[in-house]
Design a protein around this ligand. Structure first.
Ligand code: NAD
Ligand code: WQD
Length: 338
């Protein structure tokens, strides 16, 4: 089986490529490297000892994407090619709507014209919005998102549902990720954010390696057990394995299916800082700052459905997530720009 990974050079895509190749599937990567590096492709090949068919292209460019799909004939498309910086999406909403929605429609149109029927989508826990109770269950409605990035995911889920309603042969799997962290255990691929990291774990890793002086913890008077926010952190290789299961599922089913990919166990910001310190024997300097706009106090997944239907479960520990993050960061202090 051959899988086309749109945005496959990025953080989650590169780890998924390794998982798919190791399972004996063929991988095609299409990326414009707007938030990644072609070095990731070399590293994927190095880790797996297998060849990746790679194309540099913008997924919004329908002519190019059509030609690539026609030439490579994938059985399934996984769509990772989104812009994902929440703060930037508030400043530049049109850039986010254009990129995220246009890429989705372009992929669907090319697939329709070429008779490719299986689609796996990188969605997010953010679509549960601000009003649902926790833990989040797939049967809950999508509710109002706090930023344009979140709304693009909300809208893309709707577009995919409508496309599947109109084409009974289409199989769509919506994967709602919680908070992916960690790296492949080899330390050869990992998360390489451009500029100041928006997310917690890359920020901690950059403090550890000396690129940042200290972490600012956004708020310490939330109504949680230690006053800091709680999230459902999941090892990126567990997440990658969820994609393998989703691709196999999509091949055997029709219509739309939604899965949470999380562990079901939340950790607070302080717990993460201390877990990183304990796992790696490094002190992380931090101070408390203002709350960040739009942050919810806590949320985590009900991960039962993925276990029951896909036979998937996250099994790596928070220690492994912290150890593998540091293994990547210490061996690649400047990410792929070494
Ligand atoms: P990433 O930025 O590392 O990867 C996205 C990849 O897509 C990058 O390689 C980028 O260059 C590419 N890309 C973006 N727009 C493109 C375009 N128009 N044409 C070609 N390539 C394009 O991000 P990631 O963390 O790997 O996330 C992958 C997907 O998962 C995204 O859709 C993101 O919204 C979603 N997601 C991520 C998280 C997270 O915390 N990392 C959580 C939930 C959902
Ligand atoms: C985690 C916790 C922060 C940085 C985001 C998106 C979400 C999804 C995953 C894509 C929060 C705190 C962070 C820092 C801190 N992405 N923090 N200091 O906000 O849960 O989710 O990424 O879909 O849509 O919103 O993840 O890693 O940014 O933050 O104290 O410098 O760490 O307040 O409580 P978040 P995060």
């Amino acid at each position: 089986m051959k899988i086309l990974l749109a945005g496959g050079a990025g953080y989650i895509g590169s780890h998924t490529a390794v998982e798919l190749l190791n399972a004996g599937l063929e991988v095609v990567i299409v990326d414009n490297y707007c938030n990644s590096s072609p070095v990731a492709i070399e590293r994927i090949e190095e880790i797996t000892g297998k060849k990746v068919e790679a194309f540099e292209a913008d997924i919004k460019d329908k002519e190019k994407v059509f030609e690539i799909m026609k030439q490579t004939k994938p059985d399934c498309v996984i769509h990772f090619a989104g812009l994902k910086a929440v703060g930037e999406s508030v400043q530049l909403p049109l850039k986010y709507y254009r990129n995220n929605i246009d890429t989705t429609i372009t992929l669907l149109e090319c697939m329709e014209e070429l008779g490719i029927k299986n689609f796996v989508f990188s969605s997010s826990a953010t679509v549960y919005g601000e009003e649902n109770d926790i833990p989040y269950v797939e049967t809950m409605r999508r509710l109002s998102c706090s930023n344009p990035y979140g709304w693009t995911k909300y809208m893309m889920e709707q577009i995919l549902e409508d496309a599947a309603k109109a084409d009974s042969e289409l199989s769509v799997v919506l994967l709602r990720y919680f908070n992916p962290i960690g790296a492949h255990e080899s330390g050869r691929i990992g998360e390489d954010p451009q500029g100041i990291p928006n997310n917690l774990m890359p920020y901690i890793a950059q403090v550890a390696v000396g690129r940042r002086d200290h972490l600012t913890i956004f708020g310490n008077d939330y109504e949680t057990k230690d006053g800091t926010c709680r999230r459902d952190y999941i090892h990126v290789m567990d997440l990658a394995n969820g994609h393998l299961k989703a691709v196999l599922y999509a091949d055997q089913h029709k219509g739309v299916e939604v899965f949470n990919l999380g562990t079901g166990n939340p950790f607070s910001v302080l717990e993460i800082v201390h877990a990183f310190e304990n796992a790696n024997g490094i002190e992380i300097k931090y101070e408390f700052g203002e709350k960040r706009a739009g942050d919810l106090p806590e949320f985590w997944a009900n991960a039962d459905k993925a276990k029951e239907v896909l036979g998937w479960e996250a099994n790596r520990t928070i220690e492994e997530m912290c150890r593998d993050t540091w293994n990547w960061q210490k061996n690649n202090p400047n990410g792929y720009n070494n």
